[in-house]
Design a protein around this ligand. Sequence first.
Ligand SMILES: [Zn+2]
Ligand SMILES: [Zn+2]
Length: 487
Amino acid sequence: MEGRSEARELPTESILGRLSSLNLQPGDVRVFTDLPADFNPLQPDGDEIEGPIKVTSYSFAHEVNPTITSGQSREASVNTVVNRRVHVPPKQLLKCSSCGGNESQKLYYCPCGEVRYCSTACQKSDWPLHKSACGPTTRIDIDKFYPFLAMLVELSRAHSAMPKHPATFKTVLNLPAPGTPPTVLPSGRRAVVVAVGGKPRDVPSPDPSWWPSAPNDYVRNKLWLRIIREGHLLPILSALCFALVSEIYTTTSQGKRGTPRLRLRYLSHPLADFGICRGTAKVTPQDTLAYVDVSSSPERVWFGQDPTEHYWLYFTAANGEEVYLDCGLFAFNMTLSVQAGAYADGLPMNHFPAWFRERLFHKETQELRAEVKRRSALRSAALADALASGHDVDVGVFSKFMKAVAGRDVGKEESELAKTLWLWQAGQVRDMVRSDAWKLWPTEVPLVTVADQGELDDFDDPNTDWAIKLREWKDAHKGIGKNRRRR
Ligand SMILES: [Zn+2]
Ligand SMILES: [Zn+2]
């Protein structure tokens, strides 16, 4: 038991404590509560938000989500690590698992989701073989589940182990407000420059002293949110993938009448794979930030989030279809986000960035990424071996995984950050599984954008291309919802 208490040094309380001192409050809240009268954010269904969004009032760190602070949660973090077998689903299920019937036939999934048959006759004849592998299975649809993942990404950014952004400890000296043209930097690349300097600030917060010349609170808070959401995508997303493998894909069903095991699906198809993609985010210099620290000599210049080293998650269904989750675009001023309310009860946050690119969204929107490399987490033999070894997962497993995605060496600090985040996220995923919290999540994910002032002025006009696209997208989405219910 002595050893166990040491593992508790990743307590959720301190993470939530960081939230109160770091970033998600009060600046986050002011984004929505201090809206100027003429500001009009739009929800993707085309409904304008009337006046400021009601934000849950909160009193900071002591007001926390009971599912996160329960004793179970801490046990979960402790017990996450050891001696569990990863059950890797079949890579593709395009043929009858019994007769091998061809792909054009209509195939039915066995309730376990790991075999498909063309007929009940095939299912019956395969049963003696399949029986021992079959078990009751609950499947969560990834397009309802992704907000939870996006929330863990956002909370990871506020984890006490996360390095703090240097610009939050300085004063912003220039006017990098919306509309500021990009500057050519010494490297030849272009970005909007944020000049920082002045006396170091002890407690980073987006109060007026952080950016005294900001046009107003809204613009200041928006820039703050972009800055604190820069970087660290690789360790955060690696941790998240590992947490899904360790907490969901090691579960087994307890016999026919027992607790079903949990798996992920996309529409009617079980997921066969997920992991991380690396590539380029197709953003403009206008949406990219660079920093010049004028208080250092010589002046230090550095890029914010690098669009050429961008990371996102992929999920592949057993029919080969892929969907993507990108939580790293807010730093580039692409602000599509999930409203936090239904997922983050009691947490001091009101939205978290997430671009979930699924079938319909895919058709309707421009591709924002160019993939260079990917790495599977679910099908990683190294991770499966590590989880089954009966010991704490070695930090080297994280280094190797991240190196394979990044195509560069990954330092000790970054690897240890990934492991620390994994332990914490794994506790959150396990709590979610145990509490069945996902059953209360909305079937229609509530989305918002955090626009620049003036950016959406023509949203009043329902005849703009954009407004029409949104309506079409929404209508098509409703159709899909009906099909799902019929199933
Ligand atoms: Zn068959
Ligand atoms: Zn089965």
